[in-house]
Design a binder for this molecule. Structure first.
Ligand SMILES: *Cc1c(COP(=O)(O)O)cnc(C)c1O
Length: 415
């Protein structure tokens, strides 16, 4: 594959025009959209507007006049289309960690209303740590007889579900390896044992089609600052299937989840529907940013987006092999395309140094302990030429042994 072939792929790329909606860093190749998505030009304009007009001039009246009050619902519905959810089941708020707390508490009490002996939250050892930490926190709070975390190998997750399982807590795409689970099959299996499923879509939403309703998912959480480009620390989302709304409850019963918050009554009465998942006042600047960032997804065919994401990864790996780097960098992501998310991870002895040396040369990837380097592919704004440039820089770094530089002996706080 040569540069002409690569440019031809860009010429026929149906998403090439989407790249222009983003304000990408100059002279850099950004392959870290799975950690922090790029900024759209519309977002910069929107934030200016919110600051200059809504906040500074219209002040408190903006809650009604500019519909700030409904932003969590409004943004939630935009996300719903991307995760296969019919309206009124998705809302944008808080962080994944906090939303996990709410989903775990809601699902535990639903499961235990049928069978008080069910206390196991089943998850994988290699799950994203915050998912496991949140279960550990709840377990300490309510006691192990109500909530006990059981960790198993990713390969065994489905087989380990049994009649003691209250919740299966699974992340669809593993953040380290980029491996994608068969969420539909997992949900079917869990339901056959009477267990509920909470899916973490941090590395799925915006990168590939998700079909929560079709899969009969129970609860899901996800991120907006990764593939959805909402900005650093942008609020997350939470989904709860409509069939659970009537009977579910969550203990972070703040006033925004109240049926009539502006009645200011002393007793909590949850809102019906997904709104009961809200807790406190939403961060409007952050909500406005994610709201405008999602415009980039209007009319995007997620099947086609997925196809491009897989193709970017395939071209990356092929170029790596062509450059005879395939033996020193060991692919730990699955070989089969349907089992992959939108990233490739490689094991490399000097992964941290390699990552830093690449960043010096303007190729932004990231390092994950103990010795992995991750390349995230964001099909809305990455071009095939980005991939070409990244592999070329990688080749030069290794050839010049820049990854062994003594500057990379100690690590930064955020890797
Ligand atoms: C990024 C990520 C999170 C982040 O959680 P926050 O509480 O929003 O910081 C959670 N889970 C997974 C799988 C992630 O990749």
């Amino acid at each position: 594959m040569n540069l002409t072939d690569i440019r031809e792929l860009d010429n026929i790329d149906p998403f090439a025009r989407h790249r222009k909606q983003f304000q990408l860093p100059v002279n850099k190749v950004y392959l870290d959209g799975n950690s922090l998505g790029a900024m759209t030009k519309a977002t910069a304009t929107r934030l200016q507007q919110v600051i200059q007009q809504q906040w500074s001039q219209d002040l408190i009246s903006s809650w009604n006049e500019h519909n700030w009050i409904n932003l969590p619902q409004h943004v939630g519905e935009k996300i719903a289309r991307l995760i296969g959810a019919a309206p009124e089941q998705t809302i944008c708020c808080d962080s994944i960690s906090v939303n996990l707390f709410k989903a775990l508490a809601a699902a535990l009490s639903l499961a235990q209303s049928h069978d008080s002996e069910r206390n196991i939250v089943l998850s994988t050892k290699d799950n994203f740590p915050t998912d496991l930490y949140m279960v550990q926190g709840i377990s300490q709070f309510v006691g192990e007889h109500r909530c006990q975390l059981k960790l198993v190998d990713e390969n065994e997750l489905e087989q380990q579900i049994d009649d003691k399982t209250a919740i299966v807590l699974a992340t669809e795409v593993n953040f380290r390896t980029g491996r994608r689970l068969d969420a539909k099959q997992l949900i079917t299996s869990a339901h056959s044992h009477g267990a509920l499923v909470i899916l973490d879509l941090a590395h799925s939403a915006g990168a590939m089609p998700v079909h929560l309703d079709d899969w009969e998912a129970d609860f899901a959480v996800g991120c907006t600052y990764k593939y959805l480009n909402g900005g650093p620390g942008a609020p997350a989302f939470i989904y709860a299937a409509k069939r659970h709304h009537q009977n579910m409850s969550q203990p972070l019963s703040g006033w925004f989840g109240h049926a009539r918050p502006f009645d200011f009554t002393p007793d909590y009465e949850p809102a019906t529907g997904i709104q009961q998942m809200l807790t406190g006042t939403p961060s409007i600047l952050a909500m406005a940013a994610i709201d405008s960032a999602l415009e980039a997804f209007e009319n995007v065919d997620l099947e086609k987006l997925r196809e491009k994401s897989l193709q970017l990864a395939e071209v990356f790996h092929q170029l790596l092999e062509d450059a005879a780097l395939g033996s020193s960098l060991q692919l730990i992501s699955p070989q089969q395309r349907e089992q992959r998310g939108s990233q490739l991870s490689y094991r490399y002895e000097h992964a941290y140094g390699l990552c830093q040396a690449l960043i010096q040369r303007g190729v932004i990837a990231d390092f994950r302990a103990p010795n992995y380097i991750r390349f995230g592919f964001t099909p809305l704004y990455n071009s095939f030429e980005d991939i070409w440039k990244a592999v070329e820089q990688l080749r030069q770094v290794i050839e010049a042994k820049e990854h062994l530089d003594s500057r990379w002996q100690s690590r930064n706080t955020v890797t």
